[in-house]
Every structure is written in structure tokens, then in C-alpha cells.
Design a protein around this ligand. Sequence first.
Ligand code: GAL
Length: 349
Amino acid sequence: METQRFGTFLNGEIWPDQQGVHINAHGGGILFHQGRYYWYGEHKVAGTAGNAALVGVHVYSSPDLMAWKDEGIALSVSEDPTSDICKGCVLERPKVLFNSRTGKFVLWFHLELRGRGYEAARCGVAVSDSPVGPFRFLGSLRPNAGALPRATHFSANPDIEFDGHEQDYFLKRDLPGGQMARDMSLFQDEDGTAYLIFASEENRTLHLSRLSDDYLAHTGDYVRIFPGRSNEAPALCAVQGHYWMITSGCTGWAPNPARAATAPSLTGPWTELPNPCRGTNPANGLGPEKTFGGQSTFILRVETPHPHYVALFDLWRPDNAIDGRYIWLPIDFTSESHPIVRWTDRQAI
Ligand code: GAL
């Protein structure tokens, strides 16, 4: 067994920050801004209590993805019991983009209201002048109320006429109040347009929703992806003129096989590809059938020495949430006709 030391991360092991404390940024995402990487994630506490948000969104920064400085809590939960993000809510999968038009950092996350399990299915948004916060919570909502998705061939019913197709039922039900939004990620296209992609319609269908120019609101322009396929944990990237997505199936904290998909345009058509995973995590004996014990959260574009892509997974520990681990694996776009994510013991960057 390799000796672990600062700056060498082993997948699925403890990942120390510069103080030697295991990084506490689960379900996270990374922003690259002015030569520095910022890692935002769910701050978890010990035990099963840690599955709820008792602290907020934690942020770390690094020049090289190896030395991580603890930058503290970027968005704190509120002590005010009337706040949507009051302590004890569920605040998951935070992601941040920088908006060059407004000069602001915008944080989106999955929010469940305290004491209501997972029924609220909202997205929340917060804004900051600095990448490390403090972020100011602006509100939470179910997006795209009253708006029909772009009619596409993804749906069994391209005109969304609700003529009895089962997979359109929840879309129609939620049309007046807005669509459900659970596991999510942000994506910024080359032209600066930002999208929120999230598990909607009772986790049955992904929605990719275009955000306003300031990234603070949904526009009502959205597409449905793989209706009825029950994808969650979506992560997106753009490589060589194509868009790529990694997702999981829906089995809560328990791992399941990862999925991959590609499209020539964000709005599709999306084509599902084979499970990208190869190899085995020796610590738990799990391979592609369980995504090495992990679940996707983000695809990181690493800028040096040349742009390449790394898939980020969480290895959840719901019985002791703070002990959740990270698995970062390179995405190989060259070796087969679809992307390959091969197990390596060492964190790949
Ligand atoms: C998972 C989801 C996690 C969390 C969990 C709760 O499916 O990916 O983010 O919501 O369910 O059971």
C-alpha cells in the first residue's frame, strides 16, 4: 500500500486538505477561475444527521488540484426557521459558475425544505462577489412554471399533447407550479450561456434548462432528456465539438451502474452509450456494475499541461456522512468509440 502523504490522493481514501483534515465537499463541483480551482460541496457532519444540511456549502481552493486550502463555508444554512435554507434542510450538489457579464459568482443547488423529506424538489440560487463567498441566498423554486419544453423527439410524444403517454404525466402535473428539480449540475457553454441540468418528473426524466443572462433565473427554455429513463447525478462536458454526459440510475445512496450519453448539440439528440467504467476498486471489490462504489457528481476540465477531463464521483457513507469519500478518474475519449473511465488507485489529474 502506497504511503499517503499531502498532495497524493488515493481514490476512496481520506483526502487531506492543507491542514490534514479530510476534505468536506460532497456532491460537489469545481470552478476554474483566474488560475485557481474552487471546489464547492456539501459540508457533512458525523452520523446519519449529516445527510441533512446543518452547516452549508463548503469551499476549498487550489492552484493545482493537489494542495487544497480550506476557504470555509461559502453559503451558510440559516438559523431563521422561516428560511428555505434553514438548518436541517437538505442542500445537495452545489455548483458554481462565474458570470463575466455581471462579475458575480452564481451558486445553484438542490434544496429540500426541512421536515418534508424529498417532496419539495426545488433548486436554490445564491450569489457572491467572491468565489469563496459569502454567498447570499436569493431564493428557491421549481423551475419553468407554465412553460412547455422544446418539442423534441426525445419524448414519445413530440408535441407534448399529453395524450396518455405515461412519461408525460408528471410534466403535465407540474406545469402550473414548476418542474421538480433534484440531483443537478451547472454547465457553461462556450458562448457563456449557462444551463442547469436536473433530475425532474419524480426523477424519471432529466431537464436541461437554459438560464438567464445573469444566471439567476430560468428562462422557460428547456429540453427533456431520456424521458422515463430515470437518470440522476448528471454531469456534463463538451469535448471536440460534442457534448458528453455521465449519470447514474436512481438507487438513493447505494451505487448502481454509471451511464454515459453524447449529443452533437446540448438540445440533442442525446444518444445513450455503454457504461463507461472499467476495472475494479480493490478496497470494495466493486467495478462497473456499481461504479466502483461511487456516484457521479461532476466532470472537471483540467487545464494543464493540456486540457483533459476527469470524472468526479462520491462514495457515499450515509451512516456516517462526513466519512464520504471521493473518486476522481480520467475520462478517455480516445481508446474506443465511447468514453472510458478506468479505475486507477491514485486520483487522476
Ligand atoms: C441520491 C442522490 C443524492 C441524494 C440521495 C438521497 O440518489 O444522488 O444526491 O439525494 O439520493 O437518498
